[in-house]
Design a protein around this ligand. Structure first.
Ligand SMILES: O=P(O)(O)OC[C@H]1O[C@H](OP(=O)(O)OP(=O)(O)O)[C@H](O)[C@@H]1O
Ligand SMILES: Nc1ncnc2[nH]cnc12
Length: 179
């Protein structure tokens, strides 16, 4: 494992049975509190944005905001928030989905994305892939293209990568860490 991957992995805390029994929660707050690790993560994700030819960064509420916003600044791209339903004031597109521990709906401002945009989706964790799949659907419904999906870590045993294959349609799924 590279030095950067070891650094990132060492700053992720496992919390058993959160938010419900049977879930091993991957807590990134120690990583966020370490400027060297947070900077290394931001740089690695911004490099993926450049490599995939992204023109915009979409971050998924809430942890995808924390990671995606500095990536957008570093990459010199606009940041578009995909929020849990009911939080955006303008006209939105809305998509329902299931995740590892429950179900929810997400929204994006319809005017924030259009044809010609190539969007890199940024999040902390890929688990079942439900959240990312819904985000991809929103981006497509807005007429934009997905340049890729970049996550800090992929929980491989939950099968998110296979689930996302059809929706990504050849766009790369980059996970800095495989768990
Ligand atoms: O692949 P999935 O099974 O969909 O799970 C992954 C999603 O779950 C977490 O978000 P959560 O909805 O817990 O929101 P939060 O960032 O506000 O805590 C995580 O940040 C991902 O967005
Ligand atoms: N096990 C997990 N840890 C942190 N975030 C998650 N999102 C979905 N599953 C998760």
């Amino acid at each position: 494992m590279t030095d950067i991957k070891e650094l990132l992995l060492s700053r992720i805390r496992d919390v058993a049975d959160y938010p419900e029994p049977g879930v091993m929660f991957k807590d990134i707050t120690p990583l966020l509190a370490d400027p060297a690790a947070f900077t290394a993560l931001t740089d690695a994700l911004a490099e993926i944005a450049a490599n995939t030819g992204a023109t915009k960064i979409v971050g998924l509420e809430a942890r995808g905001f924390i990671l995606g916003a500095p990536v957008a600044v570093r990459a010199g791209l606009g940041f578009i928030p995909v929020r849990k339903a009911g939080k955006l004031p303008g006209a939105t597109l809305r998509q329902a989905y299931d995740l590892e521990y429950g179900s929810a709906e997400i929204e994006v401002h319809a005017e924030d994305l259009s044809s010609g945009d190539r969007v890199l989706i940024v999040d902390d964790v890929l688990a079942t892939g439900g959240t990312a799949e819904a985000a991809i659907q929103l981006i497509h419904r807005a007429g934009a293209e997905v340049s890729g999906l970049a996550v800090l870590m992929e929980l491989g045993f939950l099968g998110g990568r296979a689930r996302l294959e059809p929706a990504l349609n050849g766009a790369p799924l980059e996970a800095l860490l495989q768990i």
